[in-house]
Design a protein around this ligand. Structure first.
Ligand code: B3K
Ligand code: ZN
Length: 843
């Protein structure tokens, strides 16, 4: 397989001025007729090459004359005139046979498309690269009642419809949907008076699950006008829910296509977490209309240009709509859980990668979540107002263009006059920087000494110093803040910062708000952490202090056989009782660090992690917490019940999160009696699922699982929860068996990515179960990846990341995982997607 390099970029040899497509839909023999106006690019003369994959050519004409293009690797070449010309091609494709869910495919009888990154070439011959932008007109002929494409509707009749999208776009934003759908409709008037018809298209039975998504869409539209000055630019905005989808959703111009799980929600079928995720994905895809669609990427190496920025924007939106501190903690948890894990293993790559084999393998936590952190750092460094001015310049200067990270950095340099060359290293240097801190105090002067270093990553043995914005506050021994949040800009490998005029040695609150995506190492004692947990004015660092205490206590339990730390549990108790604190915040404090996170921290500390021992320590800690805090937890559980009809708002959700955190611990004391009552009485999915989870955790879930299945067997999205909960919560020695049993269940539709991920993804997320010394889970995982790969390479390739941490573990586990990886690698006909991933993981 060929490796593609950023350094090899060349502009297209031909531009496209206009695209006209006609689709004659038929399940296994859809005809696609294209009429495309090409124009030679005088700046980059070259052969005329069009991408094309799995297309049956019926006819090709240039300016009306039949021609015979020559098939080459990945497409065709053809002799063409040295002037603008019209290309007309008719091809046949087979949506029914398309199980990879890329290009045009069928999901539950409905036609739909997924073209990003390189799926359009499976629809017709085209320069399938993001720097070729053109207006599209699309005619769809078919017997489905609803026929949708991008842009505005421009005509329709029985069996056909026509769409025109005036905004030039790359082919990856093309979309088509045809099926028996109904719409949840609404309208929106933009700030400058454009009336927009909004619709969420679903199967009839899902119509009652659209209201929340629609509300989130309208709030996103208002927010983008108010905060970024961005208005919507078409007369219609359509969203379609699809059951079979490889990822969350896709921002196709004017026609967003969503995994049903990322848009459909009703109180009885969706949890608070589902509602929150839907809100952020709706916002994310909508925000792409400007950051991604109006301004797109020159090539796929620049993916973070649209993804990092759009994630940053959706995070800002959720922070504004909900609780900003809680949102920040959630985002950092996700960053550490997925991106740090990636950055510290064999799959580490820069936010802007320099090479790839299969671009779909680079829609990663590094490109998305670390990419968003880079935007946050830029904003911190230049200030909020300069950030706003830079963004306005970006929109003015680059509207309608396909851009690079250099263009992005330039708007900040031009706005602020600042030289950002060193900052740009964040885009090219992989790995999570370590920031070591020591301090000293003398004659009223307090000095912080920082040392930064980034460990080697694949292909990058040596690293240069980065610009690290470190937000710092100082607290007096009384708990009073003596220096409010100050931004230190670290640029050297080692650097000191001094604060004068202090009457006593202060306690530092470092990296407030998680001001940079680094691992801070400071040999703080637990007294200092408890002090910050009690007094810090920065909510993120307050939580972080509690987290550090918990981690330290758990690590000592694993390495020294220590007992659960009474001081930690006492500090947690005080926090739980503090009614001035947001319940959602307290709920986060109650959650112990994840077992994968603990494994990485042990590994970093030079200890080979034993997932079974980590699991046992977490269990012992939870037992101790439940015992010591039983009374307080019982009081909280009662006090946090939310009366009245269910509402997914942040405040009600926060109360439920705290109550259910308490429930989980209390179940260790009350024989899961409260959980059983809650499960039976629940009138919403959040409460029902929390009750079920607590019962299953305590080994008392059998009847409840059966009842849940009977109640929800007709609802695919709820059934995914049933499938996921069991391997996710199984005891370490049972997890592989539970998953094996579920994969034999008649409802285990493994070609559906949501269902596949529900079982296999949950198994991998159960760290002690997945890494059980028997190796049974590794074998099961490899078997299913080998089975899925020929059917759906994208989803199979993504799931291989369950093995990315293998080098942390002992020789026996490494040998078992090496066998599993070897077996996958040796599979005849393995896809380019999975092949690349497995090779990188094996290193
Ligand atoms: N841009 C899409 C992701 C496409 C993934 C292609 N394998 C969704 C998003 O980031 O909004
Ligand atoms: Zn995106």
């Amino acid at each position: 397989p060929k490796t593609i390099y950023l350094a090899d970029y060349t502009p297209p040899a031909y531009w496209v001025d206009d695209v006209h497509l006609t689709f004659r839909l038929a399940p296994s023999s859809t005809r696609v007729v294209s009429r495309i106006l090409f124009r030679p690019n005088p700046d980059a003369p070259g052969p005329f090459f069009l991408h094309g994959e799995a297309l049956t050519t019926i006819s090709v004409r240039i300016d009306g004359q039949p021609v015979s293009p020559t098939p080459v690797e990945g497409g065709i070449v053809c002799d063409v005139p040295d002037r603008p010309f019209t290309w007309e091609a008719e091809v046949e494709i087979d949506p029914q046979a398309n199980t990879a869910l890329e290009g045009l495919y069928l999901s539950g009888g409905m036609y739909c498309t997924q073209c990003e990154a390189e799926g359009f070439r499976k629809i017709t011959y085209y320069p399938d690269r993001p720097d070729v932008m053109a207006p599209f007109t699309v005619r769809i002929e078919g017997d489905a009642p609803v026929l949708l494409s991008n842009g505005n509707p421009s005509g329709s009749g029985p069996g056909w419809s026509e769409w025109h999208d005036p905004w030039p776009k790359p082919a990856y934003l093309f979309a088509l949907v045809a099926g028996n759908l109904v719409a949840h409709r609404d309208r929106f008037t933009t700030r400058s008076g454009r009336d927009v018809e909004l619709a969420i298209w679903v199967r009839e039975g899902d119509l009652h699950k659209c209201a929340f998504g629609m509300d989130a869409l309208k709030r996103s539209m208002v927010w983008d006008e108010r905060v970024y000055g961005r208005e919507y630019d078409l007369d219609v905005f359509n969203i379609v829910a699809v059951d079979d989808f490889n990822m969350g959703a896709m921002e196709n111009k004017g026609l967003n296509i969503f995994n049903a799980s990322a848009v459909l929600a009703s109180p009885d079928t969706a949890t608070d977490a589902n509602f929150e995720r839907i809100e952020s994905i709706i916002a994310h895809e909508y925000f792409h209309n400007w950051t991604g669609n109006r301004i797109t990427c020159r090539d796929w190496f620049q993916l973070c240009l649209k993804e990092g920025l759009t994630v940053f924007r959706d995070q800002q939106f959720s922070a504004d709509e909900r609780s900003a501190p809680v949102k920040r903690i959630d985002d950092v948890l996700a960053l550490r859980g997925r991106q740090f894990r990636e950055d510290n293993g064999p799959l580490a790559h820069p936010v802007r990668p320099e090479s790839f084999v299969e671009i779909n393998n680079f829609y990663t936590a590094t490109v998305y979540e670390k990419g968003a952190e880079l935007i946050g750092m830029l904003r911190r460094l230049v200030g909020a107002q300069a950030y706003d001015r830079a963004l306005q310049l970006y929109f003015e200067r680059h509207d309608g263009q396909a851009c690079t990270i250099e263009d992005w950095i330039a708007v900040f340099e031009d706005t602020t006059g600042r030289d950002l060359r060193q900052f740009k290293r964040w885009y090219s240097q992989a790995g999570t920087p370590r920031l070591d801190v020591t301090d000293s105090f003398e004659d009223g002067r307090y000095t912080l000494h920082f040392r930064q270093h980034t460990p080697p990553t694949p292909g990058q043995p040596d690293k240069d110093p980065l610009v690290i914005p470190v937000a710092v506050g100082l607290l007096a021994p009384s708990g009073e803040e003596v220096v409010s949040t100050t931004l230190l800009e670290m640029t050297e490998a080692e650097q000191s910062f001094a604060f004068d005029g202090l009457s006593a040695r202060p306690v530092p609150s470092l990296l407030r708000g998680f001001s940079a995506p680094v691992i801070l190492t400071r040999s703080a004692d637990n007294a200092e952490r408890a002090f910050l947990l009690a007094h810090d004015t920065d909510p993120f660092n307050r939580w972080e202090a509690g987290r550090a205490l918990a981690k330290d206590a758990l690590m000592r339990m694993v390495t020294d056989g220590a007992a659960p730390d009474a001081a930690f549990i006492e500090a947690l108790g005080l926090l739980l009782d503090d009614d001035s604190l947001d319940p959602a915040f307290r709920a986060l404090a109650l959650h112990l660090p994840g077992q994968d996170d603990l494994a990485q921290s042990l590994f970093d500390a030079g200890v080979t992690p034993d997932p079974g021992a980590i699991h046992a320590a977490c269990e012992a800690m939870a037992d101790a917490m439940a015992e010591v805090l039983e009374q307080r937890l019982a009081t909280i559980y009662d006090a946090m019940q939310v009366p009245g009809p269910y509402s997914p708002d942040a405040s009600a959700a926060g109360r439920r999160a705290l109550a259910n955190g308490a429930l989980s611990l209390l179940s260790r004391r009350d024989g899961a009696a409260r959980a059983a009552t809650q499960f039976a009485a629940a009138d919403n999915m959040t409460q029902q699922l929390a009750g079920l989870a607590a019962l299953v955790r305590r080994g008392r879930g059998e009847d409840a699982l059966a009842a849940f299945y009977d109640q929800w067997r007709g609802d695919r999205l709820v059934l995914d929860k049933w499938f996921g909960l069991q391997p996710g919560l199984a005891q370490p020695q049972d997890a592989a068996d539970v998953a094996t049993r579920l994969t034999a269940h008649p409802d285990f539709d493994w070609k559906n990515p949501n269902r596949f991920r529900a079982v296999l993804g949950a198994l991998a997320a159960n760290a002690a179960g997945f890494h059980h010394p028997s190796g049974a889970a590794y074998t099961l995982m490899a078997d299913w990846l080998i089975r899925l790969d020929p059917v759906n390479p994208q989803t199979a390739a993504r799931m291989t990341t369950v093995f990315e941490t293998w080098r942390r573990y002992d020789a026996d586990r490494q040998a078992l995982i090496a066998d599993a990886l070897e077996r996958i690698a040796a599979t005849p006909g393995l896809s380019r997607d999975t092949g690349e991933m497995v090779n990188r993981i094996r290193g």
